[in-house]
Design a protein around this ligand. Structure first.
Ligand code: ADP
Ligand code: MG
Length: 517
């Protein structure tokens, strides 16, 4: 792709469109083999040898070195999909690639790009309309199945029934913002648990500090707790030993004053996102304060939300009104490493999920699958509408759009037909990835869709027959297919209309007026 970046300095007309089509198809090829329950993983490696093993479309897009401007536009499809639905990213990229591949054929038949874009938009709007009438209501059991479908084909799969129970429990108890997911390797997936309250990675910074604080008064400081830098660079003319001693003593005095001023707020627990001077740590430990340092930003935010504490940027100003509270704070050991558990918090809806797995890489991938699963369950709860999986909604929409196309007429009709065919790429890829003959699978599926409850039929990835996906327990929130189709259609019709690709100068080279050389 990198050669094309240079070519991209100026490409016009057919060439520019060829580039867009080519890149969209390449991006689809990167993720295509990961789709569905039999999808395989990608291993992403950087120059430093760091690697990520994943099956997650959004992660592949985020972590892959895709530097062509058109690739970046297409990545927005995956980003939007992830933000809106937490799942379906692979499908959205594959759909974009297929819409572009269909457009290539239309262009060969001399259909003008604006007609293609218009036809695609008409089809997308109609698909949305058709989707309104599809779907069934979600109950607790179907929510569990939604979570399981989202985890199918990922590292979490073997224990997906167990994890699905946790997903439904927490998604029903709290809003997504109040759910904190923490990872810990060196354990079994089935050791994963949900708790009411907050789990924070970290440990007390002095062994003499208590392991338990009842009625915690919690301060959150997002700064180094030390004598400020500007006050440290003093030049001291040392004339004798006592002057050195005085200087050291006065520094210690200042550090103790800092500790004293922090304690004056009334806190007995302190979380600091940066470092703390050892003299201050020692003094706080001495006075029974529980202190954790190097706390991550996301943990600081979660602490603030759960306990009601305000994050202070300047330790001088820690005051009683900024403190949060919790009925109980305990330092517990999980996977041979400590972790802080905070319960009985003012925000009662705070829940945490501790995700366990044998290794760092697996725990990361299980967390990603779990994030998606919790997300989709919350969407299914929000929209109260689920549809069969296995490509079923794409098949239904494809056949409805084909009927609709005949009423459209003109050149746009061909674009609507192509759009309908493009949707079939999802069931087709599911069949292909399972080692099945995609043509046979599609024939079986089309026949099944002629039946009265044909809309429930998707690809049976075990034998290539068409199966009732509701009976097979493969269900997903309707929003996933809806959003994937909408984003893919938007980006494809945008790319198809591109007449020129010109490499833009970096923003920093352009002055305020935008024309400065
Ligand atoms: P995405 O990033 O698009 O969610 P996935 O790899 O998660 O990609 O695959 C999702 C697709 O796999 C959906 O179309 C879903 O319906 C389908 N799927 C999941 N489980 C099954 C199954 N057991 N049988 C058939 N299709 C399935
Ligand atoms: Mg998925």
């Amino acid at each position: 792709m990198s050669e094309q970046v240079n070519d991209a300095k100026k490409q016009t007309g057919a060439t520019a469109r060829d580039v867009c089509i080519h890149i969209a198809q390449q991006m689809s090829d990167i993720v295509k083999h990961t789709l569905g329950p039999s999808g395989l993983d990608n291993m992403l490696v950087d120059n430093a040898g760091d690697l990520v093993i994943t099956n997650d479309g959004a992660t592949i897009m985020k972590e892959s070195y895709l530097d062509h401007p058109v690739a970046k536009v297409i990545m927005n499809v995956a980003r939007t999909q992830e933000e809106e639905c937490y799942d379906g990213t692979t499908s959205s990229i594959i759909l974009t690639g297929e819409l572009m591949a269909e457009a290539k054929e239309l262009l060969k038949n001399k259909i003008h790009p604006t007609k293609i874009a218009l036809g695609y938009q008409m089809a997308a709007i109609k698909a949305e309309e058709f989707l309104l009438d599809m779907g069934i209501e979600a109950d607790e059991q179907s929510l569990n199945l939604v979570a399981q479908t989202a985890m199918t084909g990922k590292s979490a799969e073997i224990d997906k029934d167990y994890l699905a129970d946790i997903c439904v429990e927490v998604a029903s108890a709290a809003s997504l913002d109040d759910i904190n997911i923490v990872r810990r390797p060196n354990g079994k997936i089935r050791d994963s648990v949900a708790i009411r309250g907050l789990l924070v990675n970290g440990e007390k910074c002095d062994h003499s500090m208590p392991d338990t604080i009842v009625d915690a008064k919690i301060g959150l400081v997002a700064a180094d707790i030390d004598i400020p830098d500007f006050a440290q660079t003093v030049n001291v003319q040392v004339t004798d030993n006592s002057a050195v001693k005085d200087f050291i003593a006065s520094r210690k005095e200042q550090l103790l004053e800092i500790s004293q001023s922090i304690r004056a707020s009334g806190l007995n627990t302190l979380f600091c996102s940066r470092q703390i001077h050892p003299v201050i740590i020692e003094d706080l430990a001495d006075k029974g304060v529980y202190v954790v340092r190097s706390v991550t930003r996301s943990d600081m935010e979660a602490l603030s939300k759960a306990t009601g504490a305000r994050i202070i940027a300047n330790f001088d100003s820690v005051a009683e009104k900024d403190l949060g509270s919790a009925g109980l704070l305990e330092e517990i050991s999980i996977g041979d490493k400590p972790m802080v558990k905070i319960t009985k918090t003012p925000n009662e809806s705070t829940v945490s999920v501790l995700v366990r797995a044998p290794t760092e890489h697996v725990v990361d991938e299980v967390k990603r699958a779990f994030d998606d699963a919790i997300g989709v369950v919350s969407i299914a709860v929000e929209d109260n509408s689920i549809v069969p999986g296995g490509g079923a909604p794409y098949m239904t929409l494809a056949s409805k759009l084909k009927e609709y196309a005949s009423t459209v007429g003109g050149r746009e009709q061909m674009a609507v037909e192509s759009f309908a065919s493009a949707l079939e790429v999802i069931p087709k890829t599911l069949a292909e990835n399972s080692g099945l003959d995609p043509i046979d699978a599609m024939i079986a599926l089309r026949q099944a869709h002629n039946l009265e409850d044909g809309w429930k039929f998707g690809v049976n990835v075990n034998d290539g027959t068409a199966a009732n996906m509701i009976e097979a327990n493969v269900v997903e929130p309707k929003r996933i297919a809806g959003q994937a189709i909408r984003s893919a259609a938007d980006i494809a019709s945008q790319l198809i209309r591109i007449q020129q690709i010109i490499t833009k100068r970096p923003a920093k080279e352009i002055g305020d007026d935008g024309f400065q050389y």
